[in-house]
Design a protein around this ligand. Structure first.
Ligand code: ZN
Length: 55
């Protein structure tokens, strides 16, 4: 399963929405951090999980 995680340009909140649910500002796609090929998406997935729990 793939998520399009977005990040608020103002308050840096992670969301899946085009607009930040906190401040209503524009969000941008948050790219997964590049550590090693194996855990490249681990943190990304954890963030996605926490977002899905909240919403
Ligand atoms: Zn915001």
């Amino acid at each position: 399963m793939r998520y399009r995680i977005r990040k608020c340009i103002k308050c840096s909140r992670y969301t899946l929405q085009d607009r930040c649910p906190e401040c209503g500002s524009e969000t941008r796609i948050a790219h997964p951090p590049r550590f090693s090929p194996e855990d490249r998406y681990v943190k990304y997935r954890l963030i996605a999980k926490s977002i899905l729990k909240k919403q």
